[in-house]
Design a protein around this ligand. Structure first.
Ligand code: MN
Length: 132
C-alpha cells in the first residue's frame, strides 16, 4: 500500500453519514481521519494538516461555517480545500456556500459518484495551485 494516500478529514456528527463517507473514501484509496465537532475540526486540522476537509455544516459546539472561517484565517492552513456536506438543496445555496469560503459542496443524501468527483476536483485544483 502506498503511504502517500491523500488524507481527508471528515467532520460529521451524524454516525451513519460518518461511517458511509469513511467507507466510501477508504475504498477509493483515501486515508480518513474524523472529527465530530467544529472545534475538533479546527484542532485536528492544525495538528494533522489534512489534504482536504469534508465539513458538515450543522455540528455541535461550533458549526461548519465558523470552523471553516477559522481554518481559512490561518495562513498555513488556507490552502487546504474544504468541501461542505450540506442537507440544504435549495437554489442559490451553492453561491452562499462558496461565499463562506468553501471550495465546493456535496449535497446530502450523499451520492458516491458526486462525492468522489468533488473531492478529486478539489485536490486537483489544490495541486495546480501549489505548482507541484
Ligand atoms: Mn450534522
Amino acid at each position: 500500500m502506498s503511504t502517500d494516500r491523500p488524507r481527508v478529514l471528515v467532520v460529521e456528527d451524524n454516525f451513519m453519514n460518518k461511517v458511509l463517507v469513511k467507507e466510501m473514501l477508504t475504498l477509493h484509496g483515501y486515508e480518513v481521519i474524523e472529527a465530530g465537532t467544529g472545534k475538533e475540526a479546527v484542532e485536528l486540522t492544525s495538528r494533522e494538516a489534512p489534504d482536504l476537509i469534508l465539513m458538515d455544516l450543522h455540528l455541535p459546539e461550533m458549526d461548519g461555517v465558523t470552523a471553516t472561517r477559522l481554518i481559512k484565517e490561518r495562513e498555513e492552513l488556507r490552502m487546504i480545500p474544504i468541501v461542505a456536506l450540506t442537507a440544504s438543496a435549495m437554489k442559490g445555496d451553492e453561491e452562499t456556500i462558496l461565499s463562506e469560503g468553501f471550495d465546493g459542496y456535496v449535497p446530502k443524501p450523499i451520492e458516491l459518484s458526486k462525492l468522489l468527483a468533488v473531492v478529486g476536483d478539489a485536490l486537483k485544483r489544490k495541486d495546480l495551485g501549489s505548482g507541484s
